[in-house]
Design a protein around this ligand. Structure first.
Ligand SMILES: Nc1nc2c(c(=O)[nH]1)N[C@H]1C(S)=C(S)[C@@H](COP(=O)(O)O)O[C@H]1N2
Ligand SMILES: [Mo]
Length: 340
């Protein structure tokens, strides 16, 4: 793992919230909360939201990273953590619980963000298993009890969608490397391939012409990086289905589509996996998907982003603000490949 530097340069706010959460996690475990149970869109994937101004039309240049950020929403909804305290991530306040759980991309349910939560509400995600195999010495199937055994921490991360909007989310979870070390990747393993559940009965979006299941991938060093987590909750509660219950990936320096939801299968593989979006044939959402304000999407600029819950656009940060921690992994990557 290339994380020797990260403890030194992790933003203090993030460090504080990670540390502070250890107490919160202990409470959650004691309370048994963790994993207890838990406009007419066309099939144009990941376009900017219908009715939204084009992401290229914002007043990009004039803004500082903190301008236009709302002082954080409805603190009455949330007990752990409290918005507006030391939980801010890289200068941005927490996005409200309502927005995080009500404005979702989860194409298996719907292409309309506001429709996802109501459609996914009754989806049953217990029991659940995650099969971890491929090029490993000790392939294993983890059930919810096995997943509960990993010590949960809070990670307050910015999430930057490729559609040029962003949130700040207080995740609960544990580093992916903790799970990978249990199964012991072989030296041949170079990439990790992840797969989302397919539930024909519960997921009306599967009728859309996409190459289901939703598959994502990381290079092994990215997967082993301490910032990469498997999340089981947010705002101190178990994940709701629309956010990827019971367990989903979160890779904060990459565009949000890498962070796939409701994982059922993880494989260590030798070749770069074909991802859902790469397989969709659009050529617009590639494997690396590292947030880079200087590499535009083919149809819009990535220079700025709309803060969900805020009213203005702010400049997008290189690697979504996590460059000091992760840029070293990409020394040999061509500039254009930052995106594709
Ligand atoms: N299985 C699956 N995972 C997915 C998606 C999806 O459609 N299906 N959408 C992705 C996109 S585009 C984003 S921005 C994030 C959104 O996560 P959130 O709804 O929890 O904020 O989930 C990602 N994970
Ligand atoms: Mo996204």
């Amino acid at each position: 793992m290339k994380t020797t530097r990260s403890s030194e340069i992790t933003p203090e706010s993030a460090y504080l919230s990670r540390r502070r959460f250890m107490t919160g996690a202990a409470k959650l475990l004691a309370g048994g909360a963790l994993l207890s149970a838990c406009g007419t869109a066309t099939p144009a994937p990941l376009d900017e939201e219908p009715g939204d101004p084009s992401p290229t039309s914002g007043p990009d240049a004039a803004l500082s990273p903190t301008e236009g950020v709302e002082p954080s929403a409805n603190s009455e909804e949330m007990t752990v953590p409290t918005a507006g305290q030391e939980t801010d991530e890289l200068g941005n306040s927490l996005t409200s619980f309502e927005a995080v759980t009500g404005y979702n991309n989860y194409y298996e349910f719907s292409l309309r963000k506001e429709e996802v939560a109501p459609l996914a509400k009754d989806w049953v995600t217990t029991p659940w298993t995650v099969r971890v195999g491929g090029l490993v010495n000790d392939a294993r199937t983890f059930d919810l009890d096995d997943l509960r055994a990993f010590e949960v921490e809070e990670r307050v991360y910015r999430m930057r969608c490729v559609e040029a909007w962003s949130m700040v989310i207080p995740w609960l979870g544990f580093p992916l490397w903790r799970l990978l070390e249990v199964v012991e990747p072989m030296s041949k393993a170079k990439y990790v391939r992840f797969e989302t559940a397919l539930d024909e009965k519960a997921m009306p979006g599967l009728g859309q012409p996409f190459p289901w299941p939703y598959v994502e991938g990381l290079r092994l060093d990215e997967a082993m990086h301490d910032l990469t987590i498997l999340s089981t909750g947010l705002y101190g509660k178990d994940l709701e289905p629309q956010n990827g219950a019971p367990i989903r990936l979160v890779v904060p320096w990459k565009y949000g589509f890498k962070s796939l939801k409701s994982i059922v299968k993880i494989d260590l593989v030798e070749e770069m996996p074909t991802t859902f979006w790469a397989g969709s044939g659009r050529g617009e959402y590639g494997f690396w998907a590292n947030v880079n304000p200087e590499v535009p999407h083919p149809r819009w600029s990535q220079a700025s982003e709309r803060i969900i819950g805020g009213s203005r656009r702010v400049p997008t940060l290189f690697l979504n603000g996590y460059a000091e921690e992760v840029a070293g992994m990409y020394d040999n990557l061509d500039a254009r490949d930052w995106y594709f």
